[in-house]
Design a binder for this molecule. Structure first.
Ligand SMILES: NC(=O)c1ccc[n+]([C@@H]2O[C@H](COP(=O)([O-])OP(=O)(O)OC[C@H]3O[C@@H](n4cnc5c(N)ncnc54)[C@H](O)[C@@H]3O)[C@@H](O)[C@H]2O)c1
Ligand SMILES: [Zn+2]
Ligand SMILES: [Zn+2]
Length: 395
């Protein structure tokens, strides 16, 4: 089959690779119909995540048709499914608590070693996201093997086309969990850093959860316009000092909750950001400028939600502000499985629409161009969807 493979910094290629096959009874094989490029994929593209091997197949946002099932899979051939990017067994201590991204079984022991060193305990497996998270082949391919297919994938009813449901695989539940982690109360003002897919879906979710005001921060005019069209007030950090603007907009108090939907690759020419950028290496990579800013900007006693991905050690975190102001912090890889059913229902009822985000649709064969565009033209390119069935047209 054809698949997008990683070969090093800014080097991803379409390769012909062996087809996946069933390995365990709970596996299923999915023929991919749609897959997307995520902001998290850019961390791999920029080579910030350790333990990537040449030839690894990328992609963790995907959906498709079930073509093969193991003896213990509950799926049936021909069903259309969206697959969560988090791989979870459904039965361990953590899965029983619905903390799926902490699953203790989905990251094979010999691969989990590095995440144990880096994080104290091994994390769950993720699709297409380095050997620290299991080294599983991803879904930017014609086919993918889905372990624990009786737990993760959600069957999509007829009549809901791919583009309406594809983002259930990651960014929609991620935006939802980011807002949920803010424990929004009536009257609250929520500030969201980053108007990429995760930030925009956090804004949408915050309003659905009853936020009175949402303030969106970025520097790309088009992305800020999208945030505005969703009802957010906007702050362009090129034009103003973010914390001062937020203090003024909130009557001197600061936002009740803050969301870092940027993560380890924050932009901007502030002194701390420039210092972080020149001193980073692999696990010491994290540019925590936005994390520092959200902590400083949050009101006393407020809530800090961090969906943005960090990978290793961060420097100069204002721990004093965090402690003295009594902030609550919640973060994590999304427990996708927990949110699939309620979010699918909201999509079906027309309460959530995610299609506005898609700016580019390409055949899978053009995935390398898709990565380059998503990396270099972030203003216009808000989300790239890849379609393997368009291969022949592209050839
Ligand atoms: N927790 C999870 O499970 C999970 C899932 C998916 C994505 N993520 C992470 O969420 C983050 C966002 O993902 P995305 O797909 O929206 O990425 P993206 O790269 O498309 O968007 C990031 C946005 O942040 C903006 N930004 C950069 N520096 C900023 C600053 N100093 N202040 C304000 N905005 C700034 C950029 O201009 C960009 O619009 C990434 O770190 C990604 O890895 C986490
Ligand atoms: Zn993702
Ligand atoms: Zn588990």
């Amino acid at each position: 089959m054809r698949a997008l493979t990683w070969h090093g910094k800014h080097d991803v290629r379409m390769d012909t690779v062996p087809d996946p096959r069933l390995v365990n009874p709970r596996d299923a094989i999915i023929r991919i119909t749609s897959t997307a490029i995520c902001g998290s994929d850019l961390h791999l593209y920029d080579s910030y995540i350790p333990s990537m091997h040449r030839g690894d197949i990328l992609g963790h946002e995907f959906m498709g048709e079930v073509v093969e099932t193991g003896l213990k899979s509950t799926l049936q051939k021909g069903q259309r499914v969206v697959v969560p990017f988090v791989i979870a067994c459904g039965k361990c201590f953590f899965c029983e608590k619905e903390q799926f991204s902490a699953c203790d079984n989905s990251n094979p022991a010999e691969k989990a070693d590095l995440s144990e060193v880096a994080y104290g305990y091994a994390m769950s497996g993720l699709f297409g996201y380095s050997h620290m998270t299991g080294g599983y082949a991803g879904g930017q391919a014609e086919y993918v093997r889905v372990p624990y297919s009786d737990v993760g994938p959600i069957v999509i009813p007829d009549g809901l086309e791919d583009e309406k449901v594809l983002f259930l695989s990651d960014i929609l539940p991620t935006g939802w969990m980011a807002a949920e982690n803010c424990e929004i109360e009536p009257g609250d003002t929520v500030a969201v850093w980053g108007c990429g897919p995760v930030g925009l879906f956090s804004i949408q979710s915050a309003f659905l959860m009853g936020a009175h005001r949402v303030i969106a921060i970025d520097h790309y005019p088009h992305r800020l316009e999208l945030a505005k069209s969703m009802g957010a007030e906007i702050v362009n950090y090129h034009d103003v000092k973010v914390r001062e603007a937020l203090t003024e907009m909130t009557g001197g108090i600061g936002p009740d909750a803050v969301i870092d939907a940027v993560g380890m690759e924050s932009h901007g020419f502030t002194i701390d950001n420039v210092l972080d950028a020149v001193t980073t290496t692999k696990l010491g990579t994290d540019r925590t400028h936005v994390l520092r800013e959200v902590i400083m900007a949050c009101r006393k006693g407020g809530r800090v939600s961090i969906p943005g991905v960090y990978g290793g050690m961060g420097d100069k975190i204002p721990i004093g502000a965090l402690m003295q102001k009594g902030l609550q912090v919640r973060t994590g890889q999304t427990h996708v499985q927990r949110y699939l059913r309620p979010l699918l229902e909201m999509i079906g009822e027309g309460r959530i629409d995610t299609t506005f985000l898609i700016s580019h649709r390409l055949p899978l064969e053009q995935a390398p161009e898709g990565y380059k565009m998503f990396k270099e033209q972030q203003n216009e390119v808000t989300k790239v969807v890849l379609k393997p069935e368009w291969q022949k047209d592209a050839a």
